[in-house]
Design a binder for this molecule. Structure first.
Ligand code: FMN
Length: 329
């Protein structure tokens, strides 16, 4: 099948992408990011294709909520059965996602047990079939298509770009994001971007229209631009760098006080969208990242760890701001 790049073709280079991160880049945080510093493209958290086809799909659909302000927005899915990918791709295309991304890099044991995520690196024929069936499914009733992309790693136990990536490129995905570590390395060693350069060279030979996006240890937008240029990638994807920094991709750097107010807004949105679906403890990870680098930050974090609702967080922060003066940066 010929690549159809859809929205990808209209993005400026280098493409600055926000990584999918389960329980981090959820519908609430994405709305905040779209408002305070929007990347060129965002991904949802990953969602199971089997789950999306099961009667209990309501909670999963909540993870796929998006607003127009987040466009272009890509739905990320994982699984093992090409036919399920076909069906779900059609559903997601009809739901209006700008693109569909297939996770072939997640090391989570539950995901791998279902034959999804990084375990697909060990079954490249199936992986290729999954991409092709998803592409065949990703058509909207108005005749347009949702381009299919893949996010993967440089290998399973060892670097195996030459034997793994050709299977993916032969299916002509619109984009390939390469997390420059093996499955075995998890996130424990520094990402090796030289493999992104090798992936781009393979791409040139097999599927020139496919965009290559490098991922791993990118600190900020300047670092992203620098790495994309140095390693010949079409773009760079940033993950953990967004923790506590909703302005990461923005022009305006938030002051400490603004950051605390955004944290409250984020919490309110989380409560509105996820009460009864996700545990409030998910927000606590964010508090650790939002509250740092000013006198008394530790005390405020301790108070926030004891909160159990958006109202309590708002009161805690309002009282704090009334009794403390924060430095601007
Ligand atoms: C908390 C967390 C959740 C993640 N969830 C996903 C996910 O749902 N899908 C995915 O493809 N990668 C996921 N990843 C991996 C990231 O997308 C990214 O590849 C990785 O963090 C390396 O990029 P970084 O060094 O910029 O963080 C997750 C990473 C973290 C830290």
């Amino acid at each position: 099948m010929k690549t159809s790049n859809g929205f990808w073709g209209s993005l400026k280079r280098p493409i600055l992408a926000l990584a999918p991160m389960a329980d981090v880049t959820d519908a609430a945080f994405r709305r905040i990011i779209a408002k305070y510093g929007k990347p060129d493209v965002m991904w949802t958290e990953f969602v199971s294709v089997a789950g999306l086809l099961s009667p209990g799909r309501e909670a999963l659909l909540r993870e796929l909520l998006y607003t127009e302000a987040e466009r272009p927005i890509i739905a990320q899915i994982f699984g093992n059965d090409p036919e399920q990918f076909h069906e779900v791709a059609s559903m997601l295309a009809e739901m209006g996602f700008d693109g569909i991304d297939i996770n072939m890099g997640c090391p989570d044991r539950n995901v791998e047990k279902q034959g999804g995520g990084a375990s697909l690196i060990k079954d490249p024929i199936r992986a290729q079939r999954i991409v092709r069936r998803a592409q065949e499914g990703a058509k909207r009733s108005d005749g347009t298509i949702a381009p299919v992309s893949v996010k993967t790693r440089i290998g399973y136990n060892k670097v195996e770009l030459d034997t793994w990536l050709p299977y993916l490129f032969e299916a002509r995905p619109a984009a390939l994001t390469l997390h420059a570590r093996t499955r075995k390395e998890m996130s424990k060693v520094p990402a090796r971007w030289e493999h992104v350069r090798e992936a781009a060279a393979l791409r040139d030979r097999i599927s020139p229209e496919t965009l290559v996006i490098g991922n791993g240890d990118v600190k900020d937008v300047d670092d992203a631009k620098h790495k994309a240029a140095e390693y010949g990638a079409d773009g760079a994807m940033l993950g953990r760098a967004i923790f506590g920094r909703p302005d990461l991709f923005g022009q305006h750097i938030l002051t400490h006080e603004e950051r605390l107010r955004v944290m409250v807004e984020h919490t309110r949105l989380f409560a509105e969208l996820f009460t009864g679906v996700k545990s409030f403890s998910v927000m606590k990870k964010h508090y650790k990242a939002y509250v740092h680098s000013f006198d008394g930050a530790k005390d405020l974090r301790v108070h926030l760890m004891e909160t159990e609702s958006a109202e309590e967080v708002e009161i805690t922060v309002t009282e704090w701001l009334a009794t403390h003066t924060l430095p601007l940066v």
